[in-house]
Write a protein that binds this ligand. Structure first.
Ligand code: FES
Ligand SMILES: [Fe+2]
Length: 343
């Protein structure tokens, strides 16, 4: 599927940038589903997003500055508010009216979980995923990764629900090489997603023991994973000592080929129990193991289930393909793919 060619994907919210990378002085560029954006904080400190192209002579607004909560073009200084309306033309007399056509597209933009989120369509199909655990003041939220990967969001989503790869991909971290057979998961399709429950025996390597406050060589993960269509998920792991490690990951679609990986975790322990830097280091190892494989997969990932071979543990990925296919169909779209010879 070529994500930039499927308009319905514009109707979802995506996390695009950590709030601490957004400023009220300098706009930042980001590309979402092929759309170039300029992002900044308005006068109230709320994130704002407009198309990154001035309607005068097409200069990049993200190369400009922010003044009075508006983005000012670097070329002739026209200023736009968060609705994309041009509110200042320095070359005009103060009494001169600014034509209504001096306007750039603006997009829905909101803060959640410490990130700026954007929806490119004025009518999102779903709200930003609700994570109840993030509302609990006793929990801590640790930002983990914000980086581009050269893979599709679907590949990362199905990987997150695939418990048959641990013994291979994660042999150096938590994978149990003695037990390549995946455990059986309980799957519950949701209207716009999927829930997966399983109890998974894993290796507890020395580098992870202090993070979990568990000294055993092996441990159990009680896992509840939720897929939020199209490219976000939560993985809630509860360990036998009651420790919760909930990971949120989004593969925000930058282009057909590139996804921006946005990951944070939520824990019910404290910095005194486990250092955030150590937690990130272990998850970095695991995530890096997945990245090395996922970047070798085809980013024009087929939704057509007959295009690849499957085994029983691939059921979540099959459900994802079927749900995405149904979503396209419900919005009058068919899957767009690269036109390759012989396909
Ligand atoms: S190109 Fe932006 S003000 Fe002229
Ligand atoms: Fe993995």
């Amino acid at each position: 599927m070529l994500v930039t060619q499927q308009p319905v994907l514009k109707r979802f919210w995506y996390p695009v940038m950590p709030m601490d990378q957004l400023s009220s002085d300098r706009p930042q560029p980001f590309q979402l589903l092929g759309q170039a954006l300029a992002l900044w904080l308005d006068a109230d400190g709320h994130p704002a997003a407009v198309a990154d192209q001035c309607c005068h002579r097409s200069a990049q607004l993200s190369n400009g500055i922010i003044r009075n909560g508006c983005v000012r073009c670097p070329y002739h200084g026209w200023a736009y508010d968060r609705d994309g309306t041009c509110v200042d033309v320095p070359q005009f007399e103060p009494s001169q009216r600014i034509p209504a056509s001096y306007q750039v597209p603006s997009y829905k933009c909101a803060e959640r979980y410490g990130y700026g989120w954007v929806c490119l369509d004025p009518e999102p199909l779903l709200p930003i995923p609700y994570i109840a655990e993030a509302e609990d003041a006793a929990h801590r939220l640790i930002p983990q990764f914000y980086e581009p990967w050269q893979c599709s969001g679907l590949r990362l989503m199905e990987n997150s629900f695939d418990n048959a790869h641990f013994s291979f991909v994660h042999a150096e971290s938590f994978g149990n090489q003695q037990q390549p057979e995946p455990v059986t998961a309980e799957l519950s399709p949701l209207e716009y997603g999927l829930q997966f429950r399983a109890t998974i025996p894993v290796v507890n390597p020395p580098s992870q023991r202090k993070n979990l406050n568990l000294d055993d060589e092996m441990t159990l993960r009680h896992v509840v994973s939720t897929w939020y269509m199209p490219f976000s998920r939560t993985l809630k792991i509860t360990y036998p000592n009651g420790l919760m490690h909930l990971i949120f990951t989004a593969a925000t679609p930058v282009s057909d080929r590139t996804s921006q990986i946005v990951q944070f975790c939520i824990r019910n322990d404290t910095e005194a129990d486990a250092k955030a830097a150590d937690i990130i280091a272990f998850d970095r190892q695991v995530t890096g193991e997945d990245k090395a494989v996922l970047e070798t997969t085809n980013w024009d990932t087929p939704l057509d289930v007959s295009a690849e071979q499957h085994m029983p543990s691939d059921q979540p990925g099959i459900i994802m393909r079927r749900k995405l296919t149904a979503l396209l169909k419900a919005h009058g779209e068919v899957e767009q793919r690269l036109q390759l010879e012989g396909r």
